[in-house]
Every structure is written in structure tokens, then in C-alpha cells.
Design a protein. Structure first.
Length: 201
């Protein structure tokens, strides 16, 4: 019985602890780039999708077993598209993500989730005729955002010093970005969408 319990404990540790052969027990650093597919919601009205770009840097820190903490800093183009043009809202985002790897092998699927802080660095309307127009603070006032992100990805480590990963995630604002004109009309403006990114670490 004692030998059986010892064997079971060792088997459990083998599953839960990421062994260092693939460097996933160490702190890793990476860069990534990709595409954002976002839209704006004002009350019940939703814009068409704006296709933008994203680029960023991440740190991947082991926490316990297969659980890791993976904060990022990223520039992301978000907003929405309308018949007359595009509402562009670009952000510096700081996602504070937890990452759960589903195996400790060189080919590792994983899931991510966590909050993201956003700092607005650009907002404008780009009309179809090529002109641009500023957005009144009465429409979009909030320069900071708090959102959540959930997603999944796959990491492949050809060797202990190099890895490739791809991530798909969904994000949605938790705060109202609308200004006084929308607030007075009891309308809430939020941004949501999907990110697809490819990176190396």
C-alpha cells in the first residue's frame, strides 16, 4: 500500500511539475505581433469590424506547476467601422494574464485569462473620402480602459533556448468610454474584439 501511494504521488508530480528540459520552469521573455478584429458597441448598436494591428512584449514567469504569470505591454489598434468611415481608437494595453499550460512537453497547448489596463493614445474618425476628423470629448471621454481577456494558444519549443507561440483571445471593456453626450442619453460605449498573434520567446 505504501509503495502504491508513493507511485501515485510521483505520477502526480510528473504531471503537475514542468521539468526543465524545455525551459518552461524558467522566466521567459518574448515578442509578438498580429491582428486585432474589434468593434464598438453603443447601447444596443454595434459597429462593423475594424481590422487593426498589434505588437507587444511579454514576460512569462512560473508560479506553481503548470501555472504561469504572463504580463504584456502591447500597442493595439481598436475601434469600429461604419458606412461613412472608421472610428480608430488605439491603445497601449497592459494585460496581466495568468497562463495555464496543459502539458509540460515541447508542444504545449495553454489557456490564458486576466484583466488588462488600457491607456488611450489616439482617437479619430477616418472618413471614406480620405479625410480625418477629431472626436469630441462629449462622445469619447475616458482615456483609460479596464477590460478582461480570455483565450488559448499553443507553444512549441524546438530547443530549450527558443520557442514559437500562437495565441487567440477575446477581449471586452468593463468601463464606459463614452463622454457627456452619451452619458446624458444613458448610453454606454465599449470596445470588444478578438486578437490573433504570433510570437517568439
Amino acid at each position: 500500500m505504501k509503495r502504491t501511494c508513493t507511485t501515485a504521488v510521483l505520477a502526480l508530480l510528473t504531471v503537475l511539475i514542468p521539468w526543465p528540459a524545455h525551459a518552461n520552469s524558467e522566466t521567459n521573455y518574448g515578442i509578438f505581433g498580429g491582428t486585432s478584429l474589434s468593434h464598438i458597441s453603443i447601447a444596443e448598436d454595434k459597429s462593423d469590424t475594424r481590422i487593426g494591428q498589434l505588437v507587444g512584449f511579454l514576460v512569462d514567469v512560473p508560479v506553481l506547476g503548470l501555472l504561469r504569470f504572463a504580463p504584456e505591454v502591447a500597442f493595439i489598434q481598436k475601434g469600429g467601422k461604419y458606412d461613412e468611415g472608421t472610428l480608430a481608437i488605439d491603445w497601449l494595453e497592459i494585460p496581466l494574464l495568468f497562463k495555464l499550460e496543459l502539458t509540460n512537453k515541447r508542444f504545449r497547448p495553454f489557456v490564458i485569462a486576466g484583466p488588462a489596463l488600457g491607456i488611450r493614445i489616439y482617437v479619430a474618425r477616418h472618413l471614406n473620402d480620405g479625410s480625418s476628423a477629431e472626436i469630441s470629448e462629449a462622445v469619447i471621454d475616458n482615456k483609460n480602459d479596464l477590460s478582461y481577456q480570455v483565450g488559448a494558444g499553443i507553444q512549441f519549443d524546438p530547443n530549450p533556448d527558443f520557442g514559437i507561440f500562437i495565441i487567440g483571445r477575446y477581449t471586452e471593456s468593463l468601463v464606459n468610454m463614452g463622454g457627456e453626450a452619451l452619458t446624458t442619453a444613458n448610453k454606454k460605449l465599449t470596445n470588444s474584439g478578438f486578437y490573433i498573434s504570433l510570437g517568439v520567446s
